[in-house]
Design a protein around this ligand. Structure first.
Ligand code: SF4
Length: 262
């Protein structure tokens, strides 16, 4: 008899592919990316708005880095996804697997089942990229994660405000065995008060947690709506401001965009 597949055993995906990580602590490393559909936030600077809703199909790369995508229907089952990842997992090629989106934590019930099997199959470290606003869902999958890159959404840049939830989320990560860093998107309109508040939030958990300031990559949109990157002087001043509370404050733009990567 064919085993029943529950709804929690299926995921809605955008794509699976092999690429160079362009942000945060893992910048420059080679990862297998699993990009999940759906996001419950609406950041002004979002460069992944195509993930906000579930497409009928997802794109699955067949050979790592070759961009030879094949198309499959959503949702997908755990055996299908494991099979695609296994195909990507050539010996010695990848440093880790990135769970990205959208917001991967909207798929927490799926991940609870999927991640232990993924780890057994690939033996690769598992990295979660998240908006940092769903601590309840994080708690369910934290034992299976090796590292977490969480955003701190600054209200002046993202239009979102999650200070208390971010603090809870970061504390959970810090109390686990996973490595954690925070990422803050900065634009010409960033309020220095918010950066100060963010640095105090991180320092209240641990001043040693690395913080990445990521100047926004401008999107093509009408000039009146454009979110522009900060000036060189703003970046210099804001790094100083953050370093009053934190030991590691690095400024890194999205390097995959410079390299013409996905
Ligand atoms: S959390 Fe990420 S995917 Fe969601 S709206 Fe913000 S930038 Fe876009």
């Amino acid at each position: 008899m064919t085993p029943k597949t529950s709804e929690s055993s299926k995921a809605r995906l955008i794509e699976v592919f092999s690429a160079i990580q362009g942000e945060g602590l893992n910048v420059g490393t080679r990862q297998i990316f699993i990009r999940f559909a759906l996001c419950d936030l609406r950041c002004y600077f979002c460069d992944s708005a195509h993930t906000w809703h579930t497409p009928a199909t997802c794109s699955i790369e067949q050979t790592p880095g070759e961009r030879d995508f094949e198309t499959h229907s959503n949702p997908v089952t755990i055996p299908m996804l494991l099979d695609w990842i296994n195909r990507q997992n050539q010996p010695g090629l990848h440093d880790s697997i990135s769970l990205t989106g959208g917001e991967p934590l909207l798929h927490a019930p799926f991940l609870v089942e999927f991640l232990p099997q993924l780890r057994d199959l690939t033996k690769l470290p598992i990295y979660l990229e998240t908006g940092g606003h769903r601590p309840e869902q994080l708690a369910t999958i934290l034992p299976y994660l090796d590292s977490v890159g969480m955003d701190i959404k600054l209200p002046s840049v993202s239009g979102e405000s999650y200070w208390q939830t971010h603090a809870e989320f970061l504390q959970l990560c810090w109390d686990s065995q996973a490595e954690v860093f925070v990422k803050l998107i900065i634009s010409s309109k960033t309020e220095p008060d918010e950066l100060e508040q963010a640095s105090e939030l991180v320092a209240s958990v641990s001043p040693g947690i690395p913080a990445f300031l990521q100047p926004v990559t401008p999107l093509e949109m009408p000039h009146s709506m454009a979110v522009l990157p900060p000036t060189p002087q703003q970046v210099l001043e804001w790094q100083v401001l953050m370093k009053r509370n934190l030991k590691q404050v690095r400024v890194v733009p999205q390097t995959h965009k410079m390299l013409g990567q996905l």
